[in-house]
Design a protein around this ligand. Structure first.
Ligand SMILES: Cc1ncc(COP(=O)(O)O)c(C=O)c1O
Length: 385
């Protein structure tokens, strides 16, 4: 008997599982998965412990604890000048991953088309497929990973319901600016399409740049679902506290799906997340400065090792060109790097619908201690170049 449904049988397991196992087996410095290897801030851990001790241990409301929704609305107003109704326009979910899934399940019908900018976070396409949707791909190309109007425009059809994008962008490190987001905004309005924007790296941006939410562009507040989460900003990826922010009628549609996926997330962690979002803005400044320093450090390390990095504008990832090493593809390079050099990276082919588009790249994460980055530097010197 083959117990597996056709719906999931084409997905396979994620490349993270394989590369993490290989990194552990070879005791490689793991610059693969985007999991910080330094501790979650003490004030956040304490806030979670306090919430549990205070007896916040039963189901949260389906749309999230009110203190967190209020803190989110305050933050959106303070940081981005966006006015959000905490009762009608926010749903707290189990991480951005659930928010993406519930949004797609709530907004598309089988046969509807969803434009996806690739390479992309690996849950997007399976979420579309599980909802019966048809992904239409816009492939971002180096060195600038730009959105070009003519190329994007050809993907819009009468069946297009959503466009799904991510900024700052994993894995390329691209931060979409005003000009490129204006292209998306205009095409969405022209074709009556909703934009779903994954902004989980919103606070990790470099060189004095700022993240620009698509929802702030003219005409977009009512046709954008803004998704983010606590994990990257507060170094708490295991908490899986995320949210979707959208106009009331869109929020209601997402809620219909969310109520039967998880119904609600972990109540004490939502309470602690509210405390996190009330931190002073210096927290965000320090976070940016720390990651800017680590970015500069890893760009230098890779360059010294003969790997050609595309310097990221945001996120804690670096895409690098590995074509000069002459490997058949990204997977064979990353296996070699892990087993022979002792440094793990992610082969990004699985972030494309055609893995060959990622065959010349490797993705390195710098959400790591300086000691780990220094050790990686030492080991990478063994790379022939
Ligand atoms: C672009 C992107 N979106 C979403 C997520 C997952 O977010 P969460 O842990 O809140 O589900 C990740 C994690 O790597 C990511 O890189």
């Amino acid at each position: 008997m083959n117990p597996m449904a056709k719906r999931v049988s084409r997905f396979g397991t994620t490349i993270f599982t394989e590369m993490t196992a290989l990194a552990n087996e070879y005791q490689a410095v793991n610059l693969g998965q985007g999991v910080p290897d330094f501790p979650t801030p003490p004030f956040l851990r304490q806030a979670a412990a306090n919430a549990i001790e205070a007896g916040i241990n039963q189901y949260a409301p389906g749309n999230g604890r009110s203190r967190l929704r209020t803190a989110l609305a305050d933050k959106m107003a303070r940081v981005y000048g966006l006015s959000v109704d905490p009762d009608k326009e926010i749903i707290v979910m189990q991480g951005a991953t659930e928010a993406i899934f519930a949004t797609i399940m709530g907004l598309i019908d089988p046969g509807d088309e969803v434009i996806v900018l690739e390479p992309c976070y690996d849950s997007y396409v399976p979420s579309i497929i599980m909802a019966g949707g048809i992904p239409r791909y816009y492939t971002l190309r180096p060195p600038d990973w730009a959105i070009k109007r003519e190329r994007l425009a050809t993907l819009f059809t009468p069946r297009t319901r959503l466009i799904l994008l991510n900024t700052p962008h994993n894995p390329t490190g691209k931060l979409f600016g005003h000009e490129e987001l204006t292209i998306v905004a205009e095409l969405c309005q022209q074709h009556d399409v909703i934009a779903v924007v994954d902004e989980v790296y919103e606070h990790i941006v470099f060189d004095g740049r700022s993240h620009l939410p698509l929802a702030t562009l003219p005409g977009m507040a009512n046709r954008t679902v803004t998704i983010s989460s606590l994990g990257k900003t507060f170094n708490a990826t295991g908490w899986k506290v995320g949210w979707a922010i959208a106009a009331p009628e869109i929020t209601q549609a997402i809620f219909r799906a969310h109520q039967f996926i998880t119904f609600c997330g972990a109540a004490p962690l939502q309470e602690a997340a509210a405390a996190a979002l009330s931190v002073a803005d210096e927290y965000y400044t320090e976070l940016r400065e720390m990651y800017q320093r680590k970015r500069d450090m890893l760009v230098q390390i890779l360059t010294d090792a003969g790997i050609r990095p595309f310097t990221p504008q945001g996120t804690y990832f670096i895409m690098a060109d590995i074509s000069q090493f002459g490997f058949a593809d990204d997977i064979s390079f990353c296996r070699y790097l892990t087993t022979e050099i002792g440094v793990a990276a992610i082969p990004p082919g699985s972030f494309y619908h055609n893995p060959a588009d990622g065959a010349h790249f490797a993705r390195f994460a710098f959400c790591k201690t300086d000691a780990a980055l220094e050790e990686a530097a030492k080991r990478l010197q063994k790379l022939p170049h």
